[in-house]
Design a protein around this ligand. Structure first.
Ligand code: PEP
Ligand code: MG
Length: 583
């Protein structure tokens, strides 16, 4: 009889799914173990040779870097790794195993190396015992080269599974669009990490920040993931399975029903109208944007075009991507956010150095201004695509007027260059600044002179204003969109924007949370941009209340002193104001 275990984490993407777990950490991954025929032995030997050569190259590359950064003696530490790779007797033992046991090379290699590891760890000689760590490191590196990258594996899954991992990068998550992932759960992560955001875009239920889920679930365990409430149930008993099956159906039914709102305007009972747009990471999300009734794209996270590849996207490729989205959304606007690389989104191709505080480091507009060669390619592509629809442009992570001016100068320069070349570009292109750094929020009156709109990036604004890393589960309880400091900042940005006669949108996750939408409506936000799946429920809230009521909610909320009080008040108010709220 299974014993049901319940784990509580951070809800990252809504929905319920049930399936067999697949432990997705290379070190623990169940290695494939399949029989091979005698004829297949030479091919497996070749795979072994190739993996050994590749690993040797990689280690030599690391040695070169270490020697340059830290000195030769540090690089020499890895000589022990090279010795293992060059060990002829080990190689022969593996080839012998292939011939006699007729199993795939990963399985034989792993068994042989494990045998040596056991012998070394029992050895009386301290030197030999210390070598076990080196050998184990070599074992993992060779296996990684034999098995391929983790990223590729997620795209190549052959059966539907619930992925269990310590952590998943946004680019690994993006690969799930091609695979069979029913849901995923991780030890690490926060509600607004790009991994969580990606899961919402893919409509894959996800729970993150479970801290020890990788110790509680094994490959093959039956798991239920409730991404709406942040719960994971391991080895559920039959009544629990039945309950969640009902919950899963209920969720689908509600989502289906909400889609009826798709073509209705996002306006209050007293006809105050706002714009509901969607956030996307890649062009293939456009059908979902349209299906959920968005009136445009409020944030196209273009950096995803740069991830999961070994080269850089060309001007032509970017032009194709931007014009295809612009054309399909026409006449609705599409806001292209210039690349926001860095933070939790890294590029191997650009070899960005690892930093102590990547979210506060060489990221977003800072990166673009330091690499005008890449920035100009992106701007050329956007300007060329601007003739195919209603494109707008915005810059991420602006922290002051100088950055904004510099970015606008480059934009102007690129535009002149295209005109000189006789390339058509739209007569005008609205340009906005993301307000996601506290210094920008506090000086947005100064920034307003140089832009046509603001888009508030609360995912970052909250992390910077409250000093809470958005991907750290240990301090997730401090990540409060309802904190009075955040509400004051948001109120100020909207008021200052309106005083400067520019429109103000929000593209952080805060815009897609129903209790907060009520508040943002009352604060006078003009545009709400969020994951397509969140749009119908936000529309339901907006269409169920009067604008004057939302404004009175703001007045009351501003008298409260803690984030928890604000949250409780908004939840209760929403329940009363929208009794049939589909959650
Ligand atoms: C934000 O910071 O709120 C935002 C929308 O940008 P991103 O989540 O991509 O950092
Ligand atoms: Mg941001």
């Amino acid at each position: 009889m299974p014993s049901t275990t319940r784990l509580k984490g951070i809800p990252a993407a809504p929905g319920v799914a049930m399936g067999k777990a697949l432990f997705f950490d290379m070190e623990e991954l169940t290695l494939p173990r399949r029989s091979i025929t005698e004829e297949q032995v030479p091919a497996e030997v070749l795979r072994l040779e190739e993996a050994l050569i590749k690993t040797r190259h990689q280690i030599r590359g690391i040695q070169k870097k270490l020697s340059k950064d830290l000195g030769q003696e540090h690089a020499e530490i890895l000589n022990a790794h090279l010795l293992v790779l060059e060990d002829q007797s080990l190689r022969e033992e593996i080839i012998n195993g292939l011939k006699t046991q007729r199993l795939n090379v990963e399985a034989i290699f792993n068994d042989v190396v494990h045998r040596h590891l056991r012998a070394f760890s029992r050895a009386g000689d301290e030197y030999l015992r210390e070598r076990t760590a080196d050998i184990d490191d070599v074992r993992k590196r060779v296996l990684r080269n034999l098995l391929g990258k983790r990223t590729d594996m997620l795209a190549q899954l052959e059966e539907s599974v619930v992925v269990v991992a310590r952590d998943l990068s946004p680019s690994e998550t993006a690969q799930m669009r091609k695979g069979h992932v029913l849901a995923f759960v991780t030890d690490i992560g926060g509600r607004t990490s790009h991994t969580a955001i990606m899961a919402k875009s893919l409509e894959i239920p996800a729970v993150v920040g479970l801290e020890s889920v990788t110790r509680r679930i094994r490959t093959g365990d039956l798991v239920i993931v409730d991404g709406t409430h942040g719960e994971v149930i391991v080895d559920p008993d039959p009544p629990t399975i039945q309950r969640y099956e009902l919950e899963r159906r209920r969720y689908h039914e509600i989502t289906r029903q909400l889609l009826h709102l798709k073509d209705l305007p996002a306006e209050t009972l007293d006809h105050h109208r706002v714009v509901l747009s969607a956030n996307i990471e890649l062009p293939d999300e456009v059908p979902s944007v349209i299906a959920h009734g968005a009136e445009g794209i409020g944030l196209f996270r273009t950096e995803f075009l740069y991830l999961n590849r070994s080269d850089l996207p060309t001007e032509e490729e970017q032009y194709e991507a931007y014009s295809s989205v612009a054309t399909r959304l026409h006449p609705h606007p599409v806001i292209i956010r210039t690349m926001d690389l860095g933070g939790d989104k890294f590029l191997s191709r650009l070899e960005v150095a690892s930093e102590m505080n990547p979210f506060m480091g060489w990221r977003a507009i800072r990166f673009s201004l330091a690499r005008p060669d890449l920035f100009r390619i992106q701007l050329r592509a956007v300007l060329r695509a601007s003739v195919h629809g209603n494109l707008k442009l915005m810059y991420p992570m602006i922290s002051g007027v100088e950055e904004l001016r510099r970015a606008n100068e480059i934009l102007h320069d690129v535009r002149q260059e295209l005109l000189r070349e006789g390339v058509p570009v739209a007569e005008s292109l609205e340009v906005g600044a993301m307000i996601e750094v506290p210094s920008a929020a506090l000086t947005c009156d100064l920034l307003a002179h140089d832009v046509d709109f603001f888009s508030i990036g609360t995912n970052d604004l909250i992390q910077y204003a409250l000093a809470v890393d958005r991907v750290n589960e240990k301090i997730a309880y401090l990540y409060e969109p309802t904190h009075p400091a955040i509400l004051r900042l948001v109120k100020q940005i909207i008021e200052v924007g309106h005083a400067a006669k520019i429109w103000v949108g929000m593209c952080g996750e805060m815009a897609g949370e129903p209790p907060l939408s009520l508040l943002l409506l009352g604060l006078g936000l003009d545009e709400f941009s969020t994951s397509p799946v969140q749009l119908p429920i936000v529309k339901q809230v907006i269409r169920s209340v009067e604008y004057s009521f939302a404004r009175s909610v703001v007045d009351q909320v501003l008298t409260l002193r803690t984030g928890k009080e604000v949250e409780a008040f908004l939840q209760a108010t929403l329940k009363q104001a929208v009794p049939g709220l589909a959650e």
